[in-house]
Design a protein around this ligand. Structure first.
Ligand SMILES: CSCCC(=O)/C(O)=C/O
Ligand SMILES: [Fe+2]
Ligand code: NI
Length: 187
């Protein structure tokens, strides 16, 4: 289930708030300029599905977000139990970083967690199928797909020449719980 957990950046042990209510998740995040929406994402994706298939299935919502927010390109990240080198892929996003454009991701399968660091807090958003999350440009964040990742996400880009991540050098991510879908806590 999608979940927002809010921590003070100084205390990764005792969250201030935890909720699985999509309306509350969106309401808490919008104050910080973060967009969270629930979209329909119930099309089964067989193991043979590739990125092009995913883009065809979700062509309608993709076109709408591109038009609304000025994105010019999309791609698909699909991690399944058959994906090789998952530890390397996981490590790529585990350190806090920023991008010089908004980071918009639409999850259509599985689950993974974004950790957004701003205003002295860490907002951990566990995203599942149907979640659209857009983090404003320049916002420090990290991303954990877990040790046995399984998710499919559509990524939106403003620059067609690709995705650039700049590390912040802050080691905060190491102090916060990693993502483990089997150990989700409930409110
Ligand atoms: C959910 S897609 C892979 C993660 C990613 O693109 C990113 O920038 C994480 O911070
Ligand atoms: Fe990122
Ligand atoms: Ni800080």
């Amino acid at each position: 289930m999608s979940e927002l957990t809010v921590y003070l950046e100084s205390d990764a042990r005792r969250p201030e708030l935890r909720t699985t209510d999509p309306v509350l998740i969106a309401g808490h995040l919008v104050h910080s300029g973060i967009l969270y929406e629930r979209w329909a994402a119930d099309t089964p994706l067989p193991a043979s599905t590739d990125g092009g298939d995913v883009l065809r299935v979700y062509a309608g919502p993709i076109a709408r977000l591109k038009e609304a927010r000025g994105f010019r390109a999309v791609d698909v990240v699909r991690i399944t139990p058959r994906t090789e080198n998952v530890a390397t892929l996981r490590a790529k996003f585990l350190d806090e970083h920023i991008h010089d454009e908004d980071e918009a991701r639409f999850f259509v399968e599985g689950a993974a967690a974004f950790y957004i660091h701003l205003e002295g807090r860490v907002f951990r958003v566990v995203c599942e199928a149907g979640d659209l999350l857009s983090i404003p440009a320049g916002t420090p964040h990290w991303f954990d797909m877990g040790a046995s990742p399984r998710f499919t996400a559509i990524r939106f880009f403003g620059r067609p020449d690709g995705w650039v991540a700049s590390p912040t050098g802050d080691t905060i991510a190491a102090r916060f719980p990693t993502f483990d879908p089997d150990r989700m806590e409930t409110a």
